[in-house]
Design a protein around this ligand. Structure first.
Ligand SMILES: Cc1ncc(COP(=O)(O)O)c(C=O)c1O
Length: 397
């Protein structure tokens, strides 16, 4: 009898007790709005911003309503306007081109390479087409960030990093989010810290920080921020920056602060699980494991492997057989967007270029969540199931 996995791919861990107590305190005093503070109280949101800025080694931080909101705010804050073009990854998810569309700009898609990062040759070739790169570290894969920054600096491109999948990751020891002008993070349930919804934005650029804060809906209360530039910077931008409300509230901030203190421990736990799956599927005939470069410190909260150049119906057969044994896989070759999974050519609001290199790779990408509620034995079992089913389909069983 074949073994069947019975766990849930969407079940996260409970919110830690310390975070629950902090949330209860906010609920008891009732001051949920970030600017509703008593006496000399800083407020949970301002404290979260100060702590996250320090944790990331950034000067400024802004907490907002979602990761997608952080991306659109970053674009506006660096000066992207209606009608501009913005470079971005062909391999990413809906909120990334969505944030570009939100500011009335147009995405210019850059190819994905076989290691699932942005193709640096294609980026160099398209570098004269836009002044901003919205770089998605999709599914936690970091490209050679030294080379990417060299290309962008030479071309005068401002880099915004979408770190929705790389909170706590690093390239050559520099944290993801600290290479470009702005780093954006998501605190949504399926990411690395969980407040249901939420986003964080970091930068060292004082004007970008001041604009982002006003954009997020600070009214003239920006003086209550702890990880913000001085009032003279706000004076320069306050009358020309629109208020597009998307603030974080003190309840979510209270839930996030203890989780962020635990980030390193959680990253290590994700990586143990990732390696268990990776080891289990390595060497399966027909399956390519994605190489993780030595310079990359990653957060293995999901895993991808490639069924490169397989016919679509064979990949679908693998997915069907794995699903029948309780293993939920996603596929970036689906012709239509399914649940959270989509492709660059899913979106009709933007021009869809012909990207045959990306199409070949996307058609081979199989993707799986690795929640922390999985034990190492769960991960080993899942890997055995994938290995058996990929092997069976590959050998034509
Ligand atoms: C690659 C990527 N970027 C950004 C986001 C935006 O995050 P949020 O859901 O918090 O808006 C997501 C969310 O799924 C994502 O997958």
């Amino acid at each position: 009898m074949s073994e069947i996995f019975t766990g849930s791919f969407t079940q996260q861990e409970p919110i830690p007790e310390e975070a629950i107590s902090a949330a209860m305190e906010v609920l008891r005093h009732g001051r949920l709005h970030r600017y509703n503070v008593a006496g000399d109280e800083a407020g949970e949101t301002a404290l979260l911003e100060r702590e996250f800025a320090d944790q990331m080694g950034a000067k400024y931080c802004l907490a907002v309503a979602s990761g997608g909101y952080a991306l659109a705010t970053a674009l506006r804050a660096v000066g992207v306007k209606h009608g501009d073009r913005v470079l971005t990854n062909a391999f990413t998810l809906a909120p990334v081109p969505g944030s570009i569309a939100a500011v009335g700009a147009t995405p210019v898609y850059v190819d994905v390479s076989e290691d699932l990062t942005i193709d640096l040759e294609d980026l160099a070739a398209k570098a004269d087409q836009a002044g901003v790169l919205m770089l998605s570290h999709m599914r936690g894969h970091l490209c050679d960030m030294d080379r990417l920054m060299e290309i962008c600096n030479d071309a005068g491109i401002t880099v915004i990093e979408d770190c929705a999948h790389t909170m706590g990751a690093a390239w050559n020891g520099t944290l993801s989010g600290r290479h470009g002008t702005v780093g954006c993070y998501s605190c949504q349930t399926y990411k690395h810290v969980n407040s249901g919804e939420g986003g964080l934005l970091i930068t060292d650029n004082e004007e970008v920080a001041a604009r982002a804060i006003i954009l997020s809906g600070s009214y003239m209360l920006y003086g209550r921020h702890l990880a913000a530039p001085g009032s003279e910077v706000f004076e320069r931008v306050k009358y020309e920056t629109p208020n597009i409300s998307g603030r974080m509230d003190n309840l979510r901030a209270a839930i996030l602060r203890p989780q962020l203190r635990d980030l390193e421990v959680q990253v290590a736990r994700w990586n143990e699980r990732y390696r268990e799956v990776e080891t289990g599927v390595r060497g399966t005939p027909g399956l390519t494991v994605v190489v993780r470069p030595a310079a990359e410190t990653y957060v293995g909260s999901s895993i991808q492997f490639l069924l490169l150049d397989w016919a679509a119906d064979r990949v679908q057969e693998v997915l069907r057989r794995c699903a029948a044994r309780g293993v939920e896989l996603k596929w970036f070759g689906e012709p239509q967007p399914v649940a959270f999974t989509s492709r660059y050519d899913s979106w009709r609001y933007a021009e869809t270029p012909s990207l045959p290199k990306s199409d070949r790779i996307l058609a081979g990408i199989v993707d799986m969540r690795v929640p922390l509620t999985f034990s190492l034995e769960d991960c080993a079992q899942i890997a055995r199931i994938i290995r058996a089913e990929v092997g069976a389909v590959f050998q034509g069983a």
